[in-house]
Design a binder for this molecule. Structure first.
Ligand SMILES: Cc1ncc(C[n+]2csc(CCOP(=O)(O)OP(=O)(O)O)c2C)c(N)n1
Ligand SMILES: [Mg+2]
Length: 323
């Protein structure tokens, strides 16, 4: 059992996980209403990893994060304002990427988020770049790259992990194994039972953790971050988790075996933390109910605000581009 976090940290994590959950549910609705265009990849069910990761990132110190198109939760957990995220979803000028990125291209260097990447495996080499900068400048900063279980089947993943291992870069490679890469089950596309097993090929630590238990994930990331800061190089962490929804917006996930979702729902990350807090006398049912209500209202208020925000001007297509 992982060490218990402080009551303040637990409260913060619970609040944020609820915010992410409602936000993702609202995004799905907005997508179906055609208010959000393009596509969306929801992280419902995977919230614990986002919070555990964010608690180990110190943006003021220069720590950075890269993640994937399934990155709304990571961005919010790191502290990206909900308004900034929701406006970006809708392509509004007040969004974090000025409305030009959308769901898959979130960025906010204030909170250390270099970016969410739509290309599978694209975040790892960028994390290496940030980690190399930290190593050369001796800042003590660490860069974390978050990716899915399908990503170690991509060449860029291997090149990045290899280089980080050889140069002992201050990086953490954090896999959210949600059992599926698009519509393919993990076991159908990978020759090793666990993603973490691949660490031995690069002579780095490989750690498996219960991705639904935010305190357990927090503990292993903390160890990996300290290991990286001390100059020992990267760690590969595999958090076993589950996405409740399909791969993207319109995928009903019919390829999943009957009963699988129901099994995972029994170990919902929000409920797991709430239950621990209740058992420790830190939370009552009434308090949890009002936290749920508050999160729902906040998401609803921000949605109303974002709906009224303007779209970027036509001229702005020529801004923020490299020539
Ligand atoms: C280089 C590349 N190949 C293929 C795709 C199409 N694609 C988008 S998501 C995805 C599956 C990735 O699965 P996983 O790494 O498990 O992440 P998850 O979506 O489960 O979070 C694929 C193949 C892509 N975006 N980039
Ligand atoms: Mg996956």
């Amino acid at each position: 059992m992982a060490e218990k976090l402080s009551v303040e940290t637990r409260q913060h994590m619970l609040k944020k996980m609820l915010e992410i959950r409602y936000c993702e549910e609202r995004i799905q609705e907005l997508f179906l209403e055609n208010v959000i265009r393009g596509t969306t990849h929801l992280c419902i069910g995977q919230e614990a990893v986002s919070l555990a990761m964010a608690a180990n990132v110190d943006a003021k110190r220069g720590d950075t994060v890269t993640c994937t198109y399934r990155g709304h939760g990571h961005a919010l957990a790191l502290g990206m304002p909900l308004k900034s995220m929701m406006a970006e979803m809708m392509g509004k000028a007040s969004g974090c990427s000025k409305g030009k990125g959308g769901s898959m291209h979130l960025t906010d260097m204030e909170v250390g988020l270099i970016g969410t990447f739509a290309i599978v495996g694209a975040g790892l080499p960028v994390t290496n770049g940030a980690a190399l900068t930290a190593q050369i400048k001796k800042t003590g900063a660490v860069s974390i790259s978050i990716f899915g279980d399908g990503t170690p089947n991509i060449g860029a993943w291997h090149e990045a992990v290899n280089l980080a291992a050889v140069w002992k870069l201050p990086a953490v490679f954090l896999c959210e194994n949600n059992l599926y890469g698009e519509y393919s089950a993990y076991g159908d596309t990978a020759p090793v039972p666990n993603v973490a097993d691949r660490a031995s090929a690069y002579n780095i630590p490989g750690v498996i953790v219960d991705g639904q238990d935010v305190e357990a994930v927090h503990a292993v990331i903390k160890t990996a971050v300290e290991y990286a800061r001390a100059g020992n190089g990267p760690t590969l962490i595999e958090a076993k988790t589950y996405r409740y929804k399909g791969h993207s917006r319109s995928d009903p996930a019919a390829y999943r075996p009957a009963g699988e979702l129901e099994e995972w729902l029994k170990r919902d990350p929000i409920n797991l933390l709430a239950d621990k807090m209740k058992a420790d006398g830190q939370l009552t049912d009434d308090q949890l109910a009002s936290m749920r209500k508050a999160a729902e209202k906040e998401v609803q208020d921000v949605t109303e605000w974002a709906l009224a925000e303007p779209y970027p001007s036509l001229e702005s297509v020529y801004e923020d581009i490299w020539v």
